[in-house]
Design a protein around this ligand. Structure first.
Ligand SMILES: Nc1nc2c(ncn2[C@@H]2O[C@H](COP(=O)(O)OP(=O)(O)OP(=O)(O)O)[C@@H](O)[C@H]2O)c(=O)[nH]1
Length: 363
């Protein structure tokens, strides 16, 4: 199938997965797309860029946007991440709210639910992730808790919004009374206006959610069901991307993410926030035969303090060598060519709080 040849009932559109750090968003994105696109890590907040994975099926194309964990901002970087999430929320057709099966619903989940509810009228599917980590009984209890969260937060916020809208309508009605007999103020025009401002009843389903579904991305339990469910909220549309395209992130971004992922493997908690990677150069080595190409990649790995640089480099450079060989393997798998990877570790003091440094690093 190409962009001009698709079934009549084809649909295509955008979905975003949100959820607190470590909720399993990246792992689910990868499982849905079927290739390692978004980086995963057992350290929270490792996803920085809005990476799209594209799920191609016979009847639909689901473009997934992976967001950083929505959280209360602590630094300037935190604020920019949250801005990105808010912007994304307003642009998609459906929101998938990921809540891990094995963690109690807390203030973090409530905060995110409020943000989603306040951001508009997108249908929100509650996805209970990591279903393999709990018993059937515990999973059932979590599904009930998620249902209750929906009733408490989603329904309440949406009811409040409808009320606000109605109040606005009544006050504008009063103003309009003075303008009787003017064109566009009669009952027919009023009805038309009202139906245009009425919110679509997208979340009247299950406890404020459009739906609730458990999934395990690791054990491949219900992954296909999640993509089918999200697809039901997509508009009729021709495909948005050519078949076979899995992401529209530029390769350099994916390469930088893979190096970052390797650098974060097994390090202390405070380091993830302090590491940023930029690709300085990515060129095919000259003079190699066509059937045996080699890609030269030079990256800068930024940390905030020299003590962190020491952690990254390790004893006699041992950690840096590990980082290099691990990320090289993943880059080669992603790009399908042999890679020569050169990593420079640099200190950029307090880059998270410095707007200019953030700009340079692509945030
Ligand atoms: N057992 C199990 N573990 C999972 C599953 N999905 C994710 N995990 C693990 O949970 C951890 C976090 O997963 P991620 O996919 O990185 O979470 P995230 O929500 O993208 O995290 P941030 O990037 O920090 O926002 C990783 O260690 C995953 O291996 C699952 O279905 N089952």
């Amino acid at each position: 199938m190409d962009l001009f040849d698709f079934p009549d009932d084809y649909s295509a559109g955008f979905a975003v997965l949100v959820g607190r750090p470590n909720a399993g968003k990246s792992t689910l994105t990868n499982a849905l797309v079927g290739q390692k696109i978004a980086i995963t890590s057992n350290r929270p907040q490792t996803t920085r860029h809005t990476i799209r994975g594209i799920v191609h099926r016979e009847k639909f194309q689901l473009v997934l946007v992976d967001t950083p964990g929505l959280h209360r901002p602590r630094t300037l970087l935190g604020e920019r991440l949250n801005d990105m999430v808010a912007e994304t929320l307003s642009e998609v057709d459906v929101v998938g709210f990921c809540i891990p099966a094995n963690e109690k619903i807390g203030p973090g989940d409530r905060y995110i639910a409020q943000q989603i509810a306040a951001s508009g009228n997108r249908p929100v599917v509650a996805i209970v992730t990591k279903a393999d980590t709990v018993s059937q009984q515990e999973l059932a209890e979590q599904l009930i808790a998620v249902h209750q969260l929906g009733e408490e937060v989603m329904s309440a916020e949406r009811a409040a919004r409808t009320e606000r809208k109605q109040r606005q309508n009544t006050s504008s009605k009063k103003k309009n009374q003075d303008k009787a007999f003017q064109k566009g103020t009669g009952p027919a025009a009023q009805r038309k206006k009202q139906s245009a401002t009425q919110a679509p009843a997208a979340n009247d389903g299950r406890g404020g959610w459009a739906d609730i579904i458990p999934v395990s991305a690791v054990k491949d339990f219900q992954v296909e069901e999640v993509s089918n469910l999200l697809a039901t909220f997509l508009p009729d549309s021709p495909p948005l991307y050519p078949e076979g395209e899995l992401t529209d992130e530029p390769e350099v971004t994916l390469v930088a993410e893979l190096v970052r992922e390797a650098a974060l493997e097994g390090v202390r908690d405070e380091l993830p926030h302090s590491v940023a990677v930029t690709v300085e150069e990515m060129n095919l080595r000259e003079g190699r035969s066509e059937d045996n190409p080699l890609l030269d990649i030079h990256v800068n790995l930024f940390v905030e303090r020299s003590s962190q640089k020491a952690i990254i480099i390790g004893k006699n450079g041992s950690r840096l060598r590990e980082i290099g060989s691990q990320s090289r393997k993943n880059i080669e798998a992603l790009l399908g060519t042999k890679v020569y990877l050169d990593i420079h570790v640099k200190v950029a003091k307090d880059w998270q709080r410095d707007p200019r440094a953030l700009g340079r690093l692509g945030f």
